[in-house]
Design a protein around this ligand. Sequence first.
Ligand SMILES: Cc1ncc(COP(=O)(O)O)c(C=O)c1O
Length: 400
Amino acid sequence: MAFLAARLDRIRPSPTIAVAAKAAELRAQGRDVIGLGTGEPDFDTPDNIKQAGIDAITRGETKYTAIPGTIELRTAISAKLKRENGLDYAPEQITVSGGAKQVIFNAFIATLDAGDEVVIPAPYWVSYPDVALLAEGTPVFATAHQENGFKLEPEDLEAAITPRTKWLILNSPSNPSGAAYTLSELKALADVLLRHEHVWVLSDDIYEHLVYDGFAFHTIAQVEPALYDRTLTVNGVSKAYAMTGWRIGYAGGARELIKAMAKIQSQSTSCPSSISQAAAVEALTGPQDFIAEYCRVFLERRDLVVSMLNQASGISCHRPEGAFYVYPSCAGVLGKRTPDGAVIETSEAFVTYLLEAEGVAVVQGTAFGLDPYFRISYAASTELLSDACTRIQRACAALS
Ligand SMILES: Cc1ncc(COP(=O)(O)O)c(C=O)c1O
């Protein structure tokens, strides 16, 4: 009898974390490595939010809270969803977890039976398929082509839906492509969903605030109120408030689903950290002006990276609407030889070459289900990004 469970064989360790580990290993050997593999803002958590956490400790708010989160935080989330998204979710329709990742985990464990299908537009955030698989679901991939700005087209959504489809995941702006759906693009997808009443939508809005060039963010339940009853609107404080380590994510949805998710949480982590919840209240109710400043900086970095990558021989980089990622194609370098004589046959071989030849750590497209591409996270300083892109240009120029 094997000691480790069979379910472990269904999933892979996070490929993005593996890249960070490889970069750290090379750094430990004294190599000069620029890591553009991870998905977290390089800004510090704002001081008022940190202080709210400290104050919570001082007040003795260091005990278990209600399972779906404190009423203060759920009230703040309810107000946020109304104010920013025009969505009515009462505090009883909201649950808070240790990050949006745990929210999604709870949702899938609570709803998927063996063989239930989850439609995942590719390229996708690495965790969606694996969380579905852990919950015994079956991921069904629908390609969001670069020609359409890496956005799913209604006919491709229609083709992916079967009688076993339980969920569609929408992630706008997207990790890894940065693509964000306009109101009319969301409406076109909603029209397909209206014809398939058994399909629920998990809208992962975690990059909501990181949009550029005046892009107007919308979420699907807002665009099509007829989908409200079967939409789980997921969000969190990790990205917009530079709070990845605090581990707070949340969702608004149908009462029955939210109750089921809280039941799962009651037998796993009980509740999110009381201190982090107090800090998240301040994040959502305190001053919001620094977000505009983050966006200004990210926009500058995006434009720098897109322009420099498009000057690298064999690379072609689409300019996305949001998040802090770009997803360039490396099709033009495939088949070329490195100075050592090795042929670059895959995006994996290309990113390994970038790391070994120039010390730039990025993630291969195979990790995100659409190839031959790679993902660059531009949540790094302008100097580092400029240095990294110069190195990529040099590495590409050295190929023959
Ligand atoms: C698309 C997407 N959703 C959810 C998450 C999870 O965020 P957290 O668990 O920190 O809230 C991430 C983190 O990288 C992400 O990129």
